[in-house]
Design a protein around this ligand. Sequence first.
Ligand SMILES: CC(C)(COP(=O)(O)OP(=O)(O)OC[C@H]1O[C@@H](n2cnc3c(N)ncnc32)[C@H](O)[C@@H]1OP(=O)(O)O)[C@@H](O)C(=O)NCCC(=O)NCCS
Length: 183
Amino acid sequence: MKLVKDLRRYHNPVFNRFEWNEPSFVYVVVYRMARKIREMPNCFFPIKVLLNIIVVPIYAFFSIFMGISIPRGAQIGAGLRIYHFGGIVINPKAIIGENFSIHQEVTIGVKNSYFDQVIIGDNCTIGAGAKVLGNIKIGNNVTIGANAVVMCDVPDNSIAVGVPCRIIEKKNKTYDPNRGPFN
Ligand SMILES: CC(C)(COP(=O)(O)OP(=O)(O)OC[C@H]1O[C@@H](n2cnc3c(N)ncnc32)[C@H](O)[C@@H]1OP(=O)(O)O)[C@@H](O)C(=O)NCCC(=O)NCCS
């Protein structure tokens, strides 16, 4: 179950405890619930409507309260970890892989067309303040540095830094979340 894998990512290996002080885990729970309802087959339409009536206002409340906008349309694989909160915006068409780490003030969205779609692979991390914009593909095991502006494809096992970004090959090609998101 995706949510279980998400919550496992809130384990802090330094202090060996769950990060209760990170309120974003509540957002992840609500996102998964809202997404699950959206994925229900249409034959359950009345149940879907009823569940949406309950969940959508809760979802809207936490989105505004925490400053996190991840629409239910955005597809995110298991192991989602939101570090901190505030200023996080993801386009509803985004497709993101497993073990995704996102920090505060990150935007993943369109560059200049509503049809832009960002696709991000597995084991990727986006540092604080970065913007990932356009009709672009980010590979697996990619780290995007703080405040980078990424408007081009990024290959697997890379680091993207700067404005506009430049690509650096990653020395460490194996992903281990226990070493922290920026390994
Ligand atoms: C991208 C990052 C992971 C790279 O770390 P690293 O692998 O140790 O890389 P280095 O520090 O060796 O930097 C490699 C090059 O990228 C540059 N660079 C690194 N981070 C950069 C950034 N955010 N913006 C611009 N350039 C950056 C370095 O100046 C260096 O350039 P050089 O080769 O010309 O000297 C790290 O710098 C970063 O931005 N982490 C995000 C931290 C963050 O968001 N924290 C949030 C905490 S709440």
